[in-house]
Design a protein around this ligand. Structure first.
Ligand code: ASP
Length: 260
C-alpha cells in the first residue's frame, strides 16, 4: 500500500523451489532466469488490471513450461519412471480453491486446478478423474515423453529409491557439518496481491523422485501446499511433503487445543 495515495501496489513473488543454488553457473543462471521470466509474466497480468489469481496462474504456467523446474515439463519421475503431477490454486477473497493430484499427460496442471476451482463443486480431483475432467474441459492430453527431460531421467538414475531422494534432497544436517551439494527440490509456486487488495497463491510440482505411483504430497492440499486469505496474506510452500503434512496437522491440533 502506498501511504501517500492509499493505492495498493500490485505485487508478485515467485519461487522455483528451495534449495542450494547449483555451483554450475549455467544451471544457476537458468534457474534465476526462469524465476525472473515468471515474475515478469505474472506482473504484466497485474499491471494490466488482472486479478491476483490470474497472475499466479500465469506465473506458474511459465514455470511449468520451463524444463528447468520440477513441475509440468521437467517433472521428476516416479518409481515406474512416469510423470505424475500435483497442483493447487486459491484466491483469498472468497477462499475459493482448486487442486489436482496424480495427474498425468497434462502440460499445465495448475491451469487444470484453476478449472477445478472455477467449473466444479469440488476442491480436489485426482488421477483418472482429474484427467477425465481435463478432457471434458477441452484441455489437451499430451504424450508423457513431452514432459520428460534428460535431466529428470538423469536424476531418476542417480536416485533409485524414494529414500535416496529424501536423503539427498531434504536431510537435515548439523550446523557445523559440511553441506554437500543438494540436487534440489524445485517445486514451483507464486503468491500475488492485486490492486483491489485480493491475494492468491498457486503451487505446482512433479513431487519427489522415485515416489510410489499414487503418492500425493503436500503441494495440492490447501493449508499444506500453501494458503491465502485477504485478511492474512498468502504463502506457497515447498519441501518434503510427508514432513510438511505432519507438521501442519500438528499445528492445527495445537491451535484447536489452545482455542477451546
Ligand atoms: N512438496 C513436494 C512434494 O512433497 C516436493 C517439493 O516441494 O520439493 O511432493
Amino acid at each position: 500500500m502506498d501511504d501517500t495515495t492509499g493505492e495498493i501496489t500490485p505485487t508478485i513473488l515467485v519461487h522455483g523451489g528451495a534449495w542450494a543454488m547449483p555451483d554450475e553457473t549455467e544451471l544457476a543462471e537458468t534457474n534465476v532466469g526462469g524465476v525472473k521470466a515468471a515474475v515478469k509474466v505474472g506482473y504484466e497480468v497485474l499491471v494490466n488490471g488482472g486479478s491476483a489469481v490470474d497472475a499466479v496462474e500465469s506465473a506458474v504456467r511459465c514455470l511449468e513450461d520451463n524444463p528447468v523446474f520440477n513441475a509440468g515439463h521437467g517433472s521428476v519421475l516416479n518409481s515406474l519412471k512416469e510423470v505424475e503431477m500435483d497442483a493447487v490454486i486459491m484466491e483469498g477473497d472468497h477462499l475459493n480453491a482448486g487442486a489436482v493430484a496424480c495427474v498425468q499427460n497434462i502440460a499445465n496442471p495448475d491451469s487444470l486446478a484453476r478449472l477445478v476451482m472455477d467449473k466444479t463443486d469440488h476442491v480436489l480431483l485426482v488421477g483418472q478423474g482429474a484427467n477425465m475432467f481435463a478432457t471434458e474441459m477441452g484441455v489437451p492430453s499430451v504424450p508423457m515423453e513431452t514432459l520428460v527431460t534428460p535431466n529428470a531421467v538423469k536424476r531418476r538414475e542417480e536416485m533409485k529409491t524414494y529414500n535416496q531422494a529424501i536423503k539427498k534432497q531434504y536431510e537435515i544436517r548439523k550446523i557445523d557439518e559440511a553441506v554437500p551439494v543438494q540436487t534440489g527440490h524445485d517445486t514451483v509456486g507464486a503468491v500475488a496481491l492485486d490492486s483491489k487488495g485480493n491475494v492468491a497463491f498457486a503451487t505446482s510440482t512433479g513431487g519427489i523422485n522415485a515416489k510410489r505411483p499414487g503418492r500425493v504430497g503436500d503441494s495440492p492440499l490447501i493449508g499444506s501446499g500453501g494458503y491465502c486469505d485477504n485478511r492474512v496474506g498468502a504463502v506457497s510452500t515447498t519441501g518434503h511433503g510427508e514432513a510438511i503434512m505432519k507438521v501442519i496437522q500438528h499445528k492445527k491440533h495445537l491451535i484447536k487445543l489452545y482455542s477451546t
